[in-house]
Design a protein around this ligand. Structure first.
Ligand code: MN
Length: 253
């Protein structure tokens, strides 16, 4: 564990301006996404601040499975930390700042490199819902091509606000966008919804690859997908409670 509090730091973190429940939910989201195999040593999840909608909460730069409440930091609309206190921050925090700017409906963002999704970012096969739990994918998942916007070879990372804004443009009004050769983003009106979408994007991708090996796939129609998504959105707390209990037990926290 890193000693993040120097002798001159306040005795209690995070700052009192944070909503304790939101911090706890964000810690749980980090642990759940690790426990469910969506993030590993990399990837991150954020929540829009409920005190200042231009800001968001995100862990300091660390493995999501190890995040604790004291690791949660506040960032402004330019993805700069409000109270840096010499803590390292994620290079790709611009994914979050630019999506919150572009999408007033979004209150949580997950970025991951979850493995089953990767093939759909590097082939011409559209990720589509083939079971009801993934109905939110009904419009398909657009693919962000960093070569189209960077103007030079990159390391694939969203390192600045311009790249983040381009990714947000690709995402448009969808719940999920893929990032070619890199990973994906899933967004939601809440942490529960964004985490649900990130987990079932990975599962749908795995199932779709399996189904396509078997034969012609009978996907959900757009109307079936929309109806299923609406049904699922009414029961997000059920899987969340289960995932949270398991993740926190496994973490020994
Ligand atoms: Mn990444």
């Amino acid at each position: 564990m890193k000693a993040s509090t120097g002798s001159s730091s306040p005795p209690r973190q995070p700052a009192a301006t944070f909503d304790a429940n939101l911090v706890d939910d964000l810690v749980a989201a980090n642990r759940i996404l690790f426990d469910q195999g969506v993030v590993d040593g990399f990837g991150h999840v954020s929540a829009r601040s409920d005190h200042n909608r231009a800001r968001f909460l995100l862990s300091r730069s660390m493995a999501p499975g190890l995040v604790k409440p004291d690791d949660i930091m506040e960032f402004d609309e330019d993805a700069q930390p409000v109270e840096p206190r010499e803590r390292a921050v994620y290079l790709e925090r611009f994914i979050h700042s630019e999506i919150y700017k572009a999408r007033p409906d979004v209150n949580a963002v997950v970025h991951s490199h979850s493995p089953a999704v990767i093939p759909f970012g590097v082939t011409n096969v559209l990720l589509r819902p083939l079971f009801h739990i993934a109905g939110f994918l009904g419009q398909g998942a657009p693919v962000f091509e960093i070569r189209d916007v960077a103007g030079t070879a990159t390391d694939l990372l969203i390192r600045d606000a311009a790249l983040g804004a381009s990714l947000a443009t690709t995402l448009a009004d969808r719940p999920v966008a893929l990032m070619r050769g890199h990973g994906s983003v899933a967004v939601g009106i809440s942490l529960q919804q964004a985490v649900f979408r990130a987990i079932y994007t990975e599962i749908n991708a795995r199932l779709q690859s399996e189904a396509m090996r078997l034969g012609i796939v009978n996907f959900l129609t757009p109307e079936e997908a929309a109806r299923a998504a609406s049904t699922n959105d009414a029961v997000l707390a059920r899987p969340w409670d289960l995932w949270k209990r398991k993740a926190m037990q496994n973490a020994g926290a």
